[in-house]
Design a binder for this molecule. Structure first.
Ligand code: ATP
Length: 202
């Protein structure tokens, strides 16, 4: 059965920190492919310096250029609120026989009980949470999973992947651009070219 990873984000812009974590995800879970899914961000939402979806999609294609990655516009096309549950339903229809692994940041995992239909999500995929923050240890994350989703946790539907995060965020990249600093090395060369030639984040 095909093993498909899912890695969503705003990707404003995608950077080498994303590439670093998703590479580990591919290796640890022996994934056959990974869907990179930029989220739709509604026009009225206050997101400073958000570049248009077509730019985020193109930067994702340039960042995640290995054939194992597939950049998907599924959430951007759907518009509205990007609920993970809805995305999974759509993906199930597209990849009927696949097994899905959903990569999620540890801070995000701790709000899983407030997401739209969390149990439905766990019916459709295995959640793989990173373990990275200094103050979020594996035991705390496991305690959370056991408290809110005991049956699913026992079934192995919530798993953990310790990572050595690169100290890097899209916010930092946007800030550097605003200050006229170079972001070389923080994004892939092809993405750098796109950002610079398009004058993004100035
Ligand atoms: P921003 O600074 O604009 O909030 P971001 O750099 O966190 O953006 P997102 O597109 O929001 O990027 O991130 C998508 C996913 O990647 C999230 O789950 C986030 O936890 C994870 N992520 C982002 N940066 C890193 C990093 N340096 N190391 C590991 N994971 C990361």
């Amino acid at each position: 059965m095909e093993k498909i990873g899912i890695f969503g984000g705003t990707y404003n812009p995608p950077h080498v920190g994303h590439l670093n974590i998703v590479s580990k995800f591919v290796a640890e879970y022996e994934l056959d492919r990974v869907l990179i899914i930029p989220t739709f961000v509604p026009p009225h939402k206050v997101t400073p310096d958000l570049v248009p979806a077509r730019d985020r999609l193109e930067m994702c294609r340039r960042t995640f250029s290995d054939p194992i990655f597939e950049v998907s516009d599924i959430e951007i096309e759907r518009q509205g609120k990007s609920y993970t549950y809805d995305t999974l339903i759509e993906l199930k229809g597209l990849y009927k026989k696949a097994q899905f692994y959903f990569l999620c940041g540890d801070d995000m995992l701790l709000s899983l009980h407030t997401w739209h239909k969390p149990k439905g999500i766990l019916d459709y995929c295995t959640i793989v949470s990173t373990v990275r923050s200094d103050d979020l240890r594996l035991e705390d994350l496991e305690a959370y999973a056991k408290e809110y989703f005991p049956a699913e946790f026992l079934e192995g539907k919530i798993q953990f992947m310790p990572i050595e995060p690169l100290e890097l965020s899209s916010t930092e990249i946007r800030k550097k651009r605003k200050n006229g600093e170079s972001v070389e090395g923080l994004v892939t060369p092809a993405t750098l070219e796109y950002i610079e030639s398009g004058g993004l984040y100035l």
